[in-house]
Design a protein around this ligand. Structure first.
Ligand code: SAH
Length: 216
Protein backbone atom coordinates (compact mmCIF):
# COMPACT_ATOMS: atom_id res chain seq x y z
CA UNK A 1 0.00 0.00 0.00
CA UNK A 2 1.37 3.37 -0.95
CA UNK A 3 0.80 6.27 1.45
CA UNK A 4 2.72 9.15 3.01
CA UNK A 5 4.13 6.93 5.73
CA UNK A 6 5.83 4.33 3.52
CA UNK A 7 9.24 5.70 4.47
CA UNK A 8 8.38 5.84 8.18
CA UNK A 9 7.32 2.22 7.97
CA UNK A 10 10.48 1.11 6.20
CA UNK A 11 12.52 2.93 8.81
CA UNK A 12 10.50 1.28 11.60
CA UNK A 13 11.12 -2.18 10.13
CA UNK A 14 14.83 -1.53 9.71
CA UNK A 15 15.63 0.30 12.93
CA UNK A 16 13.22 -1.30 15.40
CA UNK A 17 12.77 -4.83 14.06
CA UNK A 18 15.61 -6.04 11.81
CA UNK A 19 18.18 -4.45 14.12
CA UNK A 20 16.81 -6.49 17.04
CA UNK A 21 15.86 -10.14 16.75
CA UNK A 22 13.00 -10.11 14.25
CA UNK A 23 14.18 -12.42 11.49
CA UNK A 24 10.99 -13.93 10.09
CA UNK A 25 10.66 -12.48 6.58
CA UNK A 26 6.88 -12.79 6.48
CA UNK A 27 6.51 -10.93 9.78
CA UNK A 28 8.82 -8.17 8.54
CA UNK A 29 6.86 -7.90 5.28
CA UNK A 30 3.53 -7.66 7.10
CA UNK A 31 4.87 -4.98 9.46
CA UNK A 32 6.12 -3.06 6.42
CA UNK A 33 2.75 -3.31 4.76
CA UNK A 34 0.07 -2.61 7.39
CA UNK A 35 -0.53 1.16 7.73
CA UNK A 36 -0.20 1.52 11.51
CA UNK A 37 -1.29 5.18 11.41
CA UNK A 38 -4.83 4.07 10.49
CA UNK A 39 -5.09 2.42 13.92
CA UNK A 40 -4.26 5.46 16.06
CA UNK A 41 -5.96 8.81 16.38
CA UNK A 42 -5.32 11.18 13.46
CA UNK A 43 -3.73 13.64 15.87
CA UNK A 44 -0.98 11.09 16.57
CA UNK A 45 -0.38 10.31 12.89
CA UNK A 46 3.36 10.85 12.70
CA UNK A 47 4.02 9.17 16.05
CA UNK A 48 2.35 5.95 14.89
CA UNK A 49 5.70 4.54 13.76
CA UNK A 50 7.65 5.48 16.88
CA UNK A 51 9.40 2.94 19.11
CA UNK A 52 6.78 3.05 21.90
CA UNK A 53 3.18 2.10 22.73
CA UNK A 54 0.44 4.71 22.20
CA UNK A 55 -2.93 5.34 23.86
CA UNK A 56 -5.98 4.19 21.86
CA UNK A 57 -8.76 5.39 24.19
CA UNK A 58 -10.69 3.72 27.04
CA UNK A 59 -7.42 3.54 29.03
CA UNK A 60 -5.94 1.00 26.59
CA UNK A 61 -2.80 1.03 24.45
CA UNK A 62 -1.54 -0.24 21.11
CA UNK A 63 1.72 -2.12 21.72
CA UNK A 64 5.10 -0.88 20.56
CA UNK A 65 5.83 -2.17 16.99
CA UNK A 66 8.67 -4.37 18.27
CA UNK A 67 6.37 -6.20 20.70
CA UNK A 68 3.76 -6.76 17.97
CA UNK A 69 6.45 -8.19 15.69
CA UNK A 70 8.00 -10.30 18.46
CA UNK A 71 4.68 -11.88 19.47
CA UNK A 72 3.71 -12.42 15.84
CA UNK A 73 7.02 -14.09 15.02
CA UNK A 74 6.71 -16.42 18.01
CA UNK A 75 3.55 -17.92 16.49
CA UNK A 76 5.53 -19.21 13.45
CA UNK A 77 2.66 -18.77 10.99
CA UNK A 78 2.96 -20.32 7.55
CA UNK A 79 -0.21 -18.96 5.91
CA UNK A 80 -2.88 -21.64 6.34
CA UNK A 81 -3.67 -21.13 10.03
CA UNK A 82 -6.73 -20.12 11.92
CA UNK A 83 -5.68 -17.66 14.64
CA UNK A 84 -7.52 -16.36 17.72
CA UNK A 85 -6.62 -13.00 19.23
CA UNK A 86 -7.88 -11.79 22.60
CA UNK A 87 -7.87 -7.99 22.95
CA UNK A 88 -8.64 -6.42 19.56
CA UNK A 89 -7.98 -2.89 20.84
CA UNK A 90 -7.09 -0.72 17.85
CA UNK A 91 -7.11 -3.75 15.53
CA UNK A 92 -3.46 -3.34 14.55
CA UNK A 93 -2.21 -6.72 15.78
CA UNK A 94 -5.15 -8.46 14.10
CA UNK A 95 -4.34 -6.64 10.86
CA UNK A 96 -0.73 -7.82 10.96
CA UNK A 97 -1.88 -11.39 11.63
CA UNK A 98 -4.43 -11.21 8.79
CA UNK A 99 -1.53 -10.95 6.32
CA UNK A 100 0.09 -14.09 7.70
CA UNK A 101 -2.67 -16.67 8.11
CA UNK A 102 -5.95 -17.80 6.60
CA UNK A 103 -8.33 -16.30 9.13
CA UNK A 104 -8.17 -14.20 12.28
CA UNK A 105 -10.82 -14.32 15.00
CA UNK A 106 -10.49 -11.47 17.46
CA UNK A 107 -12.40 -10.73 20.68
CA UNK A 108 -12.64 -7.37 22.48
CA UNK A 109 -14.57 -6.48 25.64
CA UNK A 110 -14.85 -2.71 25.08
CA UNK A 111 -17.47 -1.79 22.53
CA UNK A 112 -16.06 1.58 21.42
CA UNK A 113 -12.67 -0.01 20.61
CA UNK A 114 -14.21 -2.90 18.71
CA UNK A 115 -16.36 -0.50 16.67
CA UNK A 116 -13.29 1.57 15.78
CA UNK A 117 -11.26 -1.48 14.78
CA UNK A 118 -14.07 -2.82 12.59
CA UNK A 119 -14.22 0.46 10.68
CA UNK A 120 -10.52 0.25 9.90
CA UNK A 121 -10.76 -3.43 8.83
CA UNK A 122 -13.48 -2.40 6.37
CA UNK A 123 -11.58 0.62 5.08
CA UNK A 124 -8.47 -1.46 4.48
CA UNK A 125 -10.51 -4.39 3.14
CA UNK A 126 -9.12 -6.92 5.61
CA UNK A 127 -11.90 -9.38 4.93
CA UNK A 128 -10.38 -12.41 6.67
CA UNK A 129 -10.86 -10.94 10.15
CA UNK A 130 -13.92 -11.89 12.24
CA UNK A 131 -14.53 -10.07 15.51
CA UNK A 132 -16.91 -10.07 18.42
CA UNK A 133 -17.62 -8.24 21.67
CA UNK A 134 -17.16 -10.62 24.60
CA UNK A 135 -14.96 -11.78 27.45
CA UNK A 136 -12.09 -13.29 25.49
CA UNK A 137 -10.78 -15.28 28.45
CA UNK A 138 -13.54 -17.72 27.48
CA UNK A 139 -12.10 -17.96 23.96
CA UNK A 140 -14.41 -18.32 20.98
CA UNK A 141 -15.35 -22.02 21.03
CA UNK A 142 -17.51 -22.00 17.87
CA UNK A 143 -14.53 -21.49 15.56
CA UNK A 144 -11.91 -23.54 17.39
CA UNK A 145 -9.59 -25.27 17.59
CA UNK A 146 -7.06 -22.57 16.64
CA UNK A 147 -3.57 -23.23 15.30
CA UNK A 148 -2.37 -20.18 17.20
CA UNK A 149 -3.73 -17.96 19.97
CA UNK A 150 -2.39 -14.54 20.96
CA UNK A 151 -3.49 -12.61 24.03
CA UNK A 152 -2.58 -8.92 23.98
CA UNK A 153 -3.49 -8.12 27.60
CA UNK A 154 -1.80 -9.41 30.75
CA UNK A 155 -3.46 -11.89 33.12
CA UNK A 156 -2.64 -13.81 36.33
CA UNK A 157 -2.63 -17.21 34.60
CA UNK A 158 -3.24 -18.81 31.21
CA UNK A 159 -7.04 -19.10 30.81
CA UNK A 160 -7.94 -22.81 30.63
CA UNK A 161 -10.56 -22.28 27.87
CA UNK A 162 -7.76 -20.96 25.62
CA UNK A 163 -5.57 -24.01 26.27
CA UNK A 164 -8.58 -26.21 25.46
CA UNK A 165 -9.30 -24.34 22.23
CA UNK A 166 -5.70 -24.55 21.01
CA UNK A 167 -5.12 -27.14 18.28
CA UNK A 168 -2.46 -29.87 18.53
CA UNK A 169 0.05 -28.85 17.32
CA UNK A 170 -0.53 -25.25 18.36
CA UNK A 171 1.17 -22.20 19.85
CA UNK A 172 -0.22 -19.70 22.33
CA UNK A 173 1.47 -16.49 23.44
CA UNK A 174 0.30 -14.47 26.46
CA UNK A 175 1.70 -12.01 29.04
CA UNK A 176 1.40 -13.56 32.53
CA UNK A 177 2.22 -11.86 35.82
CA UNK A 178 0.93 -9.25 38.22
CA UNK A 179 -0.80 -6.03 37.25
CA UNK A 180 2.46 -4.12 36.75
CA UNK A 181 4.84 -6.42 34.94
CA UNK A 182 4.52 -9.72 33.17
CA UNK A 183 6.54 -12.40 31.47
CA UNK A 184 5.58 -13.10 27.89
CA UNK A 185 4.85 -16.83 27.95
CA UNK A 186 4.80 -19.17 24.99
CA UNK A 187 2.77 -22.35 25.40
CA UNK A 188 3.39 -25.05 22.82
CA UNK A 189 0.97 -27.96 22.46
CA UNK A 190 2.36 -31.01 20.67
CA UNK A 191 1.50 -34.73 20.71
CA UNK A 192 -0.91 -34.18 23.57
CA UNK A 193 1.76 -32.47 25.71
CA UNK A 194 1.89 -28.85 26.78
CA UNK A 195 5.12 -26.98 27.41
CA UNK A 196 5.47 -23.39 28.55
CA UNK A 197 8.46 -21.08 28.44
CA UNK A 198 9.10 -17.43 29.16
CA UNK A 199 10.28 -15.32 26.24
CA UNK A 200 10.68 -11.79 27.60
CA UNK A 201 9.64 -9.31 30.26
CA UNK A 202 6.78 -7.11 29.13
CA UNK A 203 4.18 -4.69 30.39
CA UNK A 204 0.61 -4.93 29.15
CA UNK A 205 -2.78 -3.55 30.16
CA UNK A 206 -5.01 -5.83 32.25
CA UNK A 207 -6.76 -8.89 30.88
CA UNK A 208 -10.15 -8.42 32.53
CA UNK A 209 -12.60 -11.32 32.66
CA UNK A 210 -13.66 -14.61 34.17
CA UNK A 211 -10.16 -16.14 33.80
CA UNK A 212 -8.38 -12.79 34.10
CA UNK A 213 -8.42 -9.90 36.60
CA UNK A 214 -11.75 -8.77 37.95
CA UNK A 215 -12.99 -5.45 36.52
CA UNK A 216 -12.14 -2.28 38.47
N1 SAH B 1 -4.01 -5.95 20.12
C1 SAH B 1 -4.35 -4.59 20.46
C2 SAH B 1 -3.84 -4.23 21.85
C3 SAH B 1 -4.91 -3.59 22.65
S1 SAH B 1 -4.60 -3.43 24.37
C4 SAH B 1 -3.86 -3.62 19.39
O1 SAH B 1 -3.17 -4.05 18.46
O2 SAH B 1 -4.19 -2.44 19.45
C5 SAH B 1 -5.43 -4.84 25.01
C6 SAH B 1 -6.91 -4.92 24.76
O3 SAH B 1 -7.40 -6.06 25.45
C7 SAH B 1 -7.73 -3.74 25.27
O4 SAH B 1 -8.44 -3.20 24.21
C8 SAH B 1 -8.67 -4.37 26.30
O5 SAH B 1 -9.95 -3.80 26.34
C9 SAH B 1 -8.73 -5.81 25.82
N2 SAH B 1 -9.15 -6.80 26.80
C10 SAH B 1 -8.80 -6.90 28.11
N3 SAH B 1 -9.39 -7.98 28.67
C11 SAH B 1 -10.12 -8.58 27.69
C12 SAH B 1 -10.97 -9.73 27.64
N4 SAH B 1 -11.19 -10.51 28.70
N5 SAH B 1 -11.55 -10.04 26.46
C13 SAH B 1 -11.36 -9.27 25.36
N6 SAH B 1 -10.58 -8.17 25.35
C14 SAH B 1 -9.98 -7.83 26.50
Amino acid sequence: MSDRYVTSREKMVREQLVSRNITDERTLAAMGEVPRHYFVDDAMGGRAYGDYPLPIGAGQTISQPYIVAFMTQSLQLGGSESVLEIGTGSGYQAAVLSKLCRRVYTVERINSLLAGARKVFDRLRYFNIRSKLDDGTLGWPEHGPYDAIIVTAGGPEIPQPLIDQLADPGRLVIPIGDRHTQGLELLVKKDGQVETRRLANVRFVDLVGEYGWSGK
